[in-house]
Design a protein around this ligand. Structure first.
Ligand SMILES: N[C@@H](CCC(=O)N[C@@H](CS)C(=O)NCC(=O)O)C(=O)O
Length: 235
């Protein structure tokens, strides 16, 4: 039995981390038996991040390596896709994980109005007396990293403009499909779906959340991907 080490449910979702949700989708799609184990502290993990899976007494960290492990065990996430589709899938996954994800980070960690709720969700295991100090230090580091990444220098309006073409690209693919590559979910949906749903699940009504909510195609897609994975759920 595989164990998914994941951040706990948050903001009405399977986990506060879209990467943990991605890993859960991959596990579900792989057909393996698995269970979840919640933790709020990734410091003992190989890259000090989650998700991680425990399988056959080894720890496999990073959602891409989890995918590779499951594929080595026989999972086929992209069955029936042409080589051309597979290359497009790779680009969509990178778009979701290396661009859309950072908007979620800024929406959650960069907004003073919702910070108390985000802090008390992500740092619930830290005693209240020191929670503010611990959380604020990590927040400062993360926001400094977002300055280096670049999106942290944009206004919310500029960020929305930067995200628009990504959303358009997704809508173009979803116009006539239930999922990004047809009627069945593939690896790309495991990455893209959780990023979009994390945007609309974040506390507060951000410009990005409103933009997605007004698009019926994106909202239908988010629901279909979410339905694949119950909030608390496993195999
Ligand atoms: N490339 C990693 C990204 C995982 C990741 O960024 N996890 C975040 C939560 S969404 C994390 O654990 N961050 C803890 C930290 O940076 O201290 C993957 O695909 O698994």
């Amino acid at each position: 039995m595989i164990t998914l080490l994941t951040y706990p449910p948050a903001f009405g979702q399977f986990s506060g981390s879209p990467f943990c949700i991605k890993a859960a989708h991959l596990l579900k799609l792989s057909g393996q038996h698995w269970k979840r184990e919640n933790t709020l502290d990734p410091r003992m993990m190989p890259y000090k991040k989650l998700p991680v899976i425990r399988a056959e007494d080894q720890l496999i960290a990073d959602s891409d390596m989890i995918r590779a492990y499951l594929e080595a065990q026989g999972a086929t996430f992209d069955e029936g896709l042409s080589e051309l589709d597979k290359s497009t899938s790779r680009a969509f996954i990178r778009m979701a994980e290396e661009h859309i994800y950072f908007h979620i980070v800024l929406d959650r960690w960069g907004n003073d109005d919702i910070w108390p709720e985000v802090r008390d969700t992500y740092f619930a295991s830290v005693p209240k007396l020191i929670r503010g100090m611990v959380a604020n230090k990590i927040r400062r580091n993360l926001l400094a990293a977002m300055q280096v990444q670049g999106l942290g220098r944009f206004t919310p309006e500029q960020r929305l403009a930067r995200l628009e073409p990504d959303l358009d690209a997704l809508v173009t693919r979803l116009w006539q499909n239930h999922f990004l590559f047809g009627d069945r979910p593939t690896a790309a949906d495991a990455s893209v779906g959780p990023m979009l749903s994390a945007i609309i699940a974040s506390p507060g009504e951000t410009a990005l959340a409103s933009r997605i909510k007004e698009n019926a195609i994106l909202m239908g897609y988010i629901s279909r991907v979410e339905e694949m994975l119950p909030t608390g759920g496993c195999a």
